[in-house]
Design a protein around this ligand. Structure first.
Ligand code: AMP
Length: 232
C-alpha cells in the first residue's frame, strides 16, 4: 500500500511561519514539521528563555517583561532571528514559531527573508479562546530538556515526571493563569492584526481550524496544504 514517506524536502528555501495565539499548538506543529522536513524550528520564546536560563546580559534585561507576559523589544528579537537564520542548518528553510508578533517584526522579517533568498508561507492556527485557556492551564514543561506535556491531551507516562530524563515537571512561569490572560490580551492587541498584513503581502496564507481536531489531524491538513512546496 502506498504509505507516505515520513520525510520530505522543500523544493526551495522557505520560511514556514506558524501563526496563532499562545496555546494554539504552534510548538507541537513545529515539532512535526521539523521531523517531516528536517529544517530547524526557530522559536523566539525558546531563544529568549535560553538567555534567561544562562543568566547573561540579555537574560537579565528581559526577565521581568517575560515573567509578566509582555513582549520584549522588536530590536532584540529581530537581531536574534537575523543571527539564527544565517546559521548553516537554516539554508534550506526554517520554521518560525512565535515570530513575527508585531508590525515592526513582520516588516523586518520580510527584509530578513529577502536577504537570505527565502520565500514564506504563513499557517494560521485558529483556536477558540476557551479551548486555549483549558490547554494552557494543563501545560507542564521539563525544566531540563524543554519537552512540553499536557495533563489532559499529552500526559507523561508517569505523572509529574519527564519521559525523557526523569526530571520533575514544572508549570512555566508565564503559564500561570493571570499571565496567560495578559499574553492573550497582548496577542489580540498586537499580533492578531498581523493577519491583515499577511493577507496583503503574501498569497501563501493558510488558515487551519485547530480547535477540535487532534494535533496529528491538524498536521495532516498542513501537510496537504504544503504539497506543492515539497518533494519526497
Ligand atoms: P512563547 O513561548 O512564544 O509564547 O513566548 C513567551 C514569551 O517570550 C512571550 O510572552 C514574550 O514575552 C517573549 N517573546 C517570544 N517571542 C517574542 C517575539 N517575537 N516578540 C516579543 N516577545 C517575544
Amino acid at each position: 500500500m502506498g504509505e507516505e514517506p515520513a520525510t520530505a524536502r522543500l523544493t526551495r528555501p522557505t520560511a514556514i511561519i506558524l501563526f496563532g495565539s499562545p496555546g494554539s499548538g504552534k510548538g507541537t506543529q513545529s515539532k512535526y514539521l521539523v521531523e517531516w522536513l528536517r529544517i530547524p524550528q526557530i522559536s523566539t520564546g525558546d531563544m529568549l528563555r535560553e538567555h534567561i536560563r544562562a543568566g547573561d546580559a540579555i537574560g537579565l534585561a528581559i526577565q521581568e517583561r517575560m515573567r509578566a507576559g509582555s513582549l520584549v523589544s522588536d530590536e532584540l528579537v529581530n537581531q536574534l532571528v537575523l543571527e539564527r537564520i544565517h546559521k548553516p542548518d537554516a539554508t534550506g528553510g526554517f520554521i518560525f514559531d512565535g515570530y513575527p508578533r508585531t508590525p515592526a517584526q513582520a516588516e523586518a522579517m520580510l527584509r530578513l527573508l529577502s536577504g537570505v533568498g527565502a520565500g514564506e508561507v504563513v499557517i494560521h492556527l485558529i483556536v477558540d479562546y476557551n479551548v486555549i485557556i483549558a490547554r494552557i492551564s494543563g501545560r507542564r514543561a521539563c525544566p531540563k530538556c524543554g519537552t512540553l506535556y499536557n495533563c489532559v491531551s499529552r500526559p507523561p507516562k508517569v505523572e509529574g515526571v519527564c519521559d525523557l530524563d526523569g526530571a520533575p515537571l514544572v508549570i512555566r512561569d508565564d503559564d500561570r493563569e493571570e499571565v496567560v490572560r495578559e499574553r492573550l490580551a497582548q496577542y489580540e492587541r498586537q499580533t492578531q492584526p498581523l493577519i491583515e498584513f499577511f493577507r496583503a503581502v503574501t498569497d501563501r496564507l493558510i488558515e487551519v481550524d485547530a480547535s477540535r481536531d487532534r494535533p496529528e489531524a491538524v498536521f495532516e491538513r498542513i501537510k496537504s496544504e504544503l504539497k506543492d512546496l515539497v518533494r519526497a
